[in-house]
Design a protein around this ligand. Structure first.
Ligand code: SF4
Length: 324
């Protein structure tokens, strides 16, 4: 079924009808943490976007439409913590059991209960990432305002449950946004988590509303993959061009009013795609100075029992073959 969708998408692409393989859907932009590096909830926030929760019936409509349009992966996250949505477990169940779609998302882990973890395993959720932005409790508190220990316990509980149930899913990763206050902890952080989880992701910090990297990107610019393969829908139905748009400045319309497919295929989206193919990165204005564009150079190496994949935005570390 999934293979059929992938082949279908390739064929549609040949006919000029690009269809999204992934849907990032924000169930809420509310959050219980106030992370320093978060462009939406952190101290540099300039957004006046209202805080809200997607109505479950709307979620089901959009995700079903995405599935019927050929999509395969749902990422139920946005500028908030998805587990704060009171019906998040039911939304996961609908996406996985009713629609049989792949599901992967990130959480800060602070509101995740044992029952949630059990559900993730029972549903066969494909991937989950826990934002664990420091090695030590003091640094974690300074960055997020929250407590490290319960989050670490939750990650370890999921690893133990998965092992005791002899299942392979979900893939479990921890994520850290590198910044001044945690920089000195990163090597020990990798040593600590490498034997525990499947993947460690060290992310570059985005500054200036999430679009300019702390360390400028030097590789030649390319058309951003986000415009071609992933649809982004915010909790109030606004379709924006990507997850970097924390302030909803690039909205192309509202899927609750205009429908998911017609916005994805809209003239404005087509204009953005063809402009990027020609090497013209604005409009939309948000793309002009963006260094967080998706795609680009990737390198892999093995080092001291670690398999490391590097891009301009992330360093992904997994256990290497020698230490398996
Ligand atoms: S170029 Fe940047 S702002 Fe534009 S779609 Fe890609 S990631 Fe988003």
């Amino acid at each position: 079924m999934r293979l059929k969708r992938v082949i279908g998408n390739r064929l549609f692409g040949l006919w000029g009808d690009i269809r999204p393989g992934s849907l990032q859907i924000e169930v809420t932009n509310a959050c219980n943490f106030r992370c320093l590096m978060c462009p939406f909830h952190g101290p540099e926030n300039t957004s006046d976007r209202p805080i809200g929760f997607m109505e479950p019936g709307r979620y089901r409509e959009v995700v079903r439409d995405f599935r019927d349009f050929g999509g395969s992966l749902v990422i139920p996250q946005g500028a908030g913590e998805s587990f704060l949505h009171p019906e998040f477990p039911e939304l996961l169940e609908f996406t996985k059991r009713t629609l049989n779609l792949s599901v992967g998302f990130n959480t800060n882990g602070a509101r995740v209960t044992r029952d949630h973890l059990r559900l993730l395993i029972d549903l066969g959720i494909d991937e989950i990432g826990f934002s664990v932005d420091a090695l030590t409790p003091g640094t974690f508190k300074a960055i997020t305002g929250g407590d490290l220990e319960p989050v670490e316990q939750t990650v370890k509980m999921l690893v133990d449950m998965r092992r005791s149930m002899s299942v392979r899913r979900p893939l479990i990763r921890v994520l850290l946004v590198a910044q001044e206050s945690n920089q000195a902890e990163i090597d020990d952080y990798i040593r600590r988590w490498l034997p525990v989880v499947d993947e460690i992701v060290i992310q570059s910090r985005r500054i200036q509303a999430g679009r300019v990297l702390e360390k400028p990107r030097i590789e030649p610019r390319r058309p951003c993959r986000h415009l071609f393969d992933t649809a982004f829908v915010q909790w109030d139905g606004e379709m924006v061009i990507c997850c970097e748009d924390w302030e909803s400045v690039s909205s192309v319309g509202n899927v609750f009013e205009s429908g998911f497919r017609s916005l994805w295929r809209s003239r404005i989206m087509k204009t953005y795609r063809s402009a990027q193919r020609r090497g013209d990165y604005s409009p939309p204005a948000i793309c002009r100075d963006c260094q967080a564009w998706a795609g680009g150079l990737e390198s892999r190496r093995n080092e001291n029992g670690k398999e490391i994949t590097m891009t301009a935005l992330t360093r992904v570390i997994r256990r290497g073959k020698e230490s398996a």
